[in-house]
Ligand binder design. Structure first.
Ligand code: FAD
Length: 476
């Protein structure tokens, strides 16, 4: 492949999932490791930088670049090896979480860690080191990986295992270390495709923490929804869920048992639901929806256990195709902070108060319990995260960013962390503070080894300073 192949016809506009960050790039969709090496060589020869991209499910600007070569890995999606006795699965990095569960569920296996959507690729999921609703007991996806194959910026191919220090930099490395091309993963043995799910309506933030503490030593999954609108004694009210793997019947392991229905509430075709949501996509509309959901949780099924399929519980947001279009014409950001458990009650209280005072309440709040991990750009802490979705318009953009920066300061003062997959607002000084100089120094050393000419980049990497960690260490 020669440098001339980077031609204007390849120019494609891509956005992050929140639709606010966009970039025009020269799109390449390799189908083999040799193809990946060719793209890297062509980009280097022509003096272009490379932005890696999976399914584009990171909310902010991690998967876009300005006039870079876009290395889209979604065509490298084959399952290469499967051992049904041990549950070890080997696949190309463009395989998605959906590919994995559909492939393995009939044999009684499920991905050990999944995000709230089934569409991320394994490469993208590992570059961010995703967590699930079981983060408090199972850690991140990277903790279940046995081996990865990586191509560095010079085109060299090598394998890494958890024994290699570099393994912990490539996983979590936001696509700045090299291209993950293959993944060997330990899948989780399951005996049923269903979960037993306990629901509790929660009156305030204090009760949210009590619920997580009550179930953290026994549940397989925990998550809580937060209504971000009410203040005072009702601040942080919502709906908590704890879930456990169920036993049998074996028919629940069939993919068709897992498939999400085509209609919502048995009536509305899923494909039109985003239009209905768009009508409610105002402060008043979303306050009403959140209030209705809260009172439904209080009077229907409160303190009761029901059965739900793994897919329905895990990928709730996939029920409504294109739900993000309700945030058009501009888009939205997700703001997720991770705070040590001793400080989380106060930090989340302040975050909720700040957004209410600014009159830009999050339309959706989600709380999870986490544990720390060894990965270099880790977002996890022994504590809790609060994810907040903020609608952004031309008029409110500056206000939303100001709010995020104020919330960042509170999180940083409490020793908290952030998640690059969800970020849109971090400044270099914030990144330096939450990652710490030691981690950044190691990251800079590995980046020099893997990508001395800093070919791998993204809009996120440029904005936060991670593209050039040496300068980040020296300057901000
Ligand atoms: C509705 C929704 C719910 C979500 N829920 C969760 C959740 O519960 N938990 C959670 O942790 N995350 C969650 N996410 C975030 C999502 O899991 C991550 O952003 C994930 O990284 C997306 O993977 P992707 O394939 O779309 O990668 P992209 O977003 O396209 O890229 C992500 C990063 O990976 C890099 N990259 C892509 N492929 C490779 C590769 N082969 N080798 C090296 N680097 C690569 C890119 O350069 C980029 O930096 C959610 C996202 C959405 C939209």
């Amino acid at each position: 492949m020669s440098a001339t192949i980077i031609s204007p016809e390849r120019m494609t506009r891509l956005t992050g999932f929140g639709m606010l960050s966009a970039g025009d790039g020269y799109l390449f969709r390799p189908i083999s490791v040799e193809d990946v090496q060719d793209v890297i060589r062509a980009a280097s020869d022509a003096g272009f930088k490379i932005t890696q991209r999976g399914s584009g499910r990171s909310y902010g600007d991690a998967n876009v670049g300005h006039e870079t070569v876009i290395l889209d890995m979604t065509r490298m999606k084959r399952i290469l090896h499967w051992d049904r006795h041990t549950g070890v699965l080997e696949c190309e990095a463009g395989a998605t979480i959906e590919t994995l569960w559909r492939f393995a569920i009939e044999e009684g296996y499920w991905p050990p860690v999944v995000s709230g959507t089934m569409y991320p690729t394994l490469g993208g999921a590992l570059a961010m080191n995703i967590h699930g609703k079981n983060n408090f007991c199972q850690g991140t996806l990277g903790e279940h990986v046995l081996e990865i194959e990586v191509v560095d910026a010079q085109g060299a191919v090598f394998n890494l295992t958890p024994k290699d220090e570099l393994f912990y930099a490539v996983i979590s490395g936001a696509g700045l270390m090299g291209v993950v091309t293959k993944v060997k993963l330990q899948m989780k043995k399951i005996h049923s495709g269903d979960l037993k799910v306990f629901a509790r309506s929660i009156p305030n933030l204090e009760a949210q923490f009590e619920a997580f503490e009550q179930f953290e030593h026994e549940a397989d999954y925990m998550v809580s929804w937060i209504d971000c609108f009410p203040g005072g004694k009702q601040t942080g009210r919502g709906l908590f869920h704890a879930a456990w793997y169920a036993d049998g019947p074996i028919s629940t392991l069939r993919p068709e048992h897992q498939d999400l229905p085509d209609t919502v509430l048995g009536l509305l075709p899923k494909s039109v639901v985003w239009r209905a949501l768009k009508i409610f996509s105002t402060r008043f509309g979303m306050r009403s929806i959140n209030t209705a959901k809260f009172y439904a949780s209080k009077y229907l099924g409160n303190e009761a256990t029901h059965t739900q399929s793994l897919v329905a519980f895990s990928f709730l947001l996939d029920y409504v195709p294109n739900w993000r279009w309700a945030y058009k014409p501009c888009g939205f950001i997700q703001y997720q902070s991770f705070v040590p458990k001793e400080h989380a009650p106060l930090v989340f209280q302040k975050q909720l108060e700040l957004q209410q005072a600014a009159e830009i309440e999050s339309y959706l709040g989600v709380m999870k319990r986490h544990r720390p991990d060894k990965f270099l750009l880790s977002h996890a802490v022994d504590g809790y995260s609060l994810a907040l979705d903020f609608k952004v318009t031309e008029d409110t953009k500056q206000k939303v960013w100001d709010l995020a920066h104020r919330m960042n300061d509170i999180v940083l003062d409490a020793g908290g962390r952030f998640y690059l997959a969800k970020d849109s607002t971090l400044r270099p000084s914030d990144v330096k503070r939450y990652l710490g100089e030691n981690a950044l120094r190691k990251f800079a050393k590995f980046r020099d080894e893997m990508d001395p000419n800093k070919i791998f980049t993204s809009s996120l990497a440029e904005r936060t300073g991670l593209a050039d960690p040496q300068s980040l260490l020296a300057n901000s």
